[in-house]
Design a protein around this ligand. Structure first.
Ligand code: UT7
Length: 330
């Protein structure tokens, strides 16, 4: 029995918000955003497009790529911090929108930017653990434009909206192989306050007052998060390489979470990986949180830059604080 990647997909909303556009909204410059983050553009979903609609488009794209139908799926996991509702899960909403007759299990994962890798790890284990399961759909989908504080130049320039999807398949081939050669996941709950959406839950219910003070918008201590991000991503990446006994020079691609080009460069340098093996698309999309890794995988795959058997190391970091790395054989 092996676990393989059967297909990928993505969806990016049409509307582009450039650094020049942001210069008209907050006190910032294209020069500051480019040199401090590497971001040039991000995509923004229309007001009437909930996260589940982006997830739906990415799911259909992946199902087509995999050559299977929605009713072949045995579970749906949506990784998101900006789901349609506090409950039910966006995965349930997505199942309804896919019009599935098969009432498979559906749930969300809240692991911020590490969400897709958390989902892949969970999904691979679900396939292994259920005799009759064959296909699982994992989505990373975010409408962070909705959570952003558009008066806070320190955060609103960073994020973008998108969804990405990966379909895993269990193949009864007599082997015991997985496309996930090794994974390393972790979290440090003592750092919750560094990056969070404070209000809107039971800790701080939404009131007219905290709407006015932007407490119900995304809040981040950027420099502190930066300090934690690089060592955590590097440590997780080194752990999976050691677990799988694969030297970094055998990697076709390193895909770091696309939060900041300076973080990406620092991670690549510490892993001793050259630029031509590091995938970067942050300039086009900004930080799309849980969608980021899947967006990179889908772009690489569809542009022919990933061949069967290639080794890919994805490493992420996000609110929680959470981190995750996965060594993937394509
Ligand atoms: O995906 C989840 C994980 N998130 C991350 O990994 C984010 C990690 N953090 C970062 O990427 C960076 O810390 C930021 C990009 C958020 C900020 O970059 P920084 O180099 O750490 O800047 P800073 O926050 O230390 O601010 C430096 C200066 C400040 O001005 P003063 O105090 O030096 O006068 C800020 O007020 O830059 C100012 N500033 C801006 N100026 C123009 C902050 N945001 C902006 C802006 N435009 N958009």
């Amino acid at each position: 029995m092996s676990i393989q990647i059967k297909g990928t997909g993505c969806f990016v909303p049409e509307k582009v918000l450039s650094n020049q556009d942001l210069e008209k909204i907050v006190d910032t410059t294209d020069e500051w955003i480019t040199t401090r983050t590497g971001i040039k553009n991000r995509h923004i979903a229309p007001e009437d497009m909930p996260t589940s609609d982006m997830a739906l488009a990415a799911a259909k794209n992946a199902l087509e790529n995999a050559g299977i139908s929605a009713d072949d799926l045995d579970f749906i996991i949506v990784a998101t911090s900006s789901g349609d509702h506090p409950f039910p899960s966006t995965a349930c909403v997505l199942q309804g929108k896919l019009g599935m007759k098969k009432k498979c299990q559906c749930f969300d994962i809240s692991a911020a930017c590490s969400g897709l890798l958390y989902s892949l790890d969970t999904g691979a284990n679900l396939l292994r653990g259920h005799k009759n399961y064959r296909y699982g759909l994992m989505i990373g989908a975010e409408k962070l434009s909705y959570l952003a504080d558009w008066k806070d130049r320190a955060t609103c320039v960073l994020f973008g909206d998108a969804a990405s999807a990966v379909i895993l398949e269990k193949v009864d081939d007599g082997s015991d192989e997985s496309c996930l050669l090794a994974t390393d996941l972790g979290a440090d709950g003592s750092c919750v306050s560094l990056l969070l959406h404070p209000a809107g839950g039971t800790a701080i219910p939404v009131t007219a007052e905290n709407v006015d003070t932007h407490e119900n918008a995304l809040n981040m201590n950027g420099p502190e998060v930066f300090k934690h991000a690089v060592p955590a991503m590097v440590s997780a990446a080194k752990t999976v390489l050691a677990d799988a006994n694969i030297p970094a020079d055998r990697l076709r691609w390193v895909i770091p979470h696309q939060a900041n080009k300076r973080i990406i460069d620092a991670v690549a340098a510490r892993l001793d990986v050259t630029e031509d093996h590091v995938y970067v698309n942050i300039q086009n999309y900004g930080n799309t949180s849980a969608a980021s890794i899947g967006l990179c995988l889908d772009e690489l795959s569809r542009s022919g830059q990933l061949q069967k058997g290639d080794l890919v190391l994805a490493t992420t970091f996000g609110a929680g604080l959470t981190w995750a790395a996965a060594l993937i054989r394509w």
